[in-house]
Ligand binder design. Structure first.
Ligand code: FES
Ligand code: FES
Length: 170
C-alpha cells in the first residue's frame, strides 16, 4: 500500500463528545466530519475555500473545513452545527432568530453561516450592520439576498445584550 493510502487515527472532541476515526493523509476535514464521523450537517459546496458552506469551529475559531486536512485537527476541539441547539433540544437564540427573520431558504449555506456567526458574536458583542455584512462576505447564499441574515444576527446581538444569561451554543 502506498504511503498516501495509509489511514491514520484522528481523535477529536466534537460538540463536547470524544470521537475518533481514520483518515488518509490527504483527506479533507470536511470529508472526515461528514463521512467518517457521520455529522452531515456540515455542508460541502465549492471545496476550495470560496462558499463558506463547510465552516466549522476548530478550537473556537470559525474555519473552512475544506481547507484543512483531517490529520491537522488531531486532538482539537471541533464544533459543528449539530452542537448549536440547547441541551434540552430547543433552538438556540441564534437559530430562533434565523427562523424568525426567515434567514434561510434552501439552507445549504446556513450551517456554515451559523458557525461563523457564533464566532463573530463572541468577538463583536455590539456589531454594526457593516461588520455583520463584512463577516458574511465570506459566505455565499444563493437564496436570501443576505438582508434577513443580517437582521437575524443583529437581533441576536441585541437580545444577548439585554439577556446576559443566554449562550450561543450548548
Ligand atoms: S466547501 Fe469549503 S468553502 Fe466552499
Ligand atoms: S439559504 Fe439557500 S443558499 Fe443560502
Amino acid at each position: 500500500m502506498s504511503e498516501q493510502h495509509i489511514k491514520h487515527p484522528v481523535r477529536v472532541i466534537v460538540n463536547g463528545v470524544a470521537r475518533s476515526g481514520h483518515a488518509e493523509s490527504r483527506m479533507l476535514l470536511s470529508d472526515f466530519i461528514r463521512h467518517e464521523l457521520g455529522a452531515t450537517g456540515t455542508h460541502v459546496g465549492c471545496e476550495h475555500g470560496v462558499c463558506g458552506a463547510c465552516t466549522v469551529q476548530i478550537d473556537g475559531i470559525a474555519t473552512r473545513s475544506c481547507l484543512c486536512l483531517a490529520s491537522q485537527v488531531d486532538g482539537c476541539d471541533l464544533r459543528t452545527v449539530e452542537g448549536l441547539g440547547r441541551e434540552n433540544g430547543t433552538l438556540s437564540i441564534l437559530q430562533q432568530m434565523f427562523k424568525k427573520h426567515h434567514a434561510l431558504q434552501c439552507g445549504f449555506c446556513t450551517a456554515g453561516i451559523l458557525m461563523s456567526a457564533v464566532d463573530f458574536l463572541g468577538r463583536f458583542t455590539d456589531p454594526t450592520e457593516e461588520q455583520v455584512r463584512d463577516m458574511l462576505s465570506g459566505h455565499l447564499c444563493r437564496c436570501t439576498g443576505y438582508t434577513p441574515i443580517v437582521e437575524a444576527i443583529l437581533d441576536v446581538a441585541r437580545q444577548l445584550n439585554t439577556e446576559k444569561t443566554e449562550t450561543l451554543h450548548a
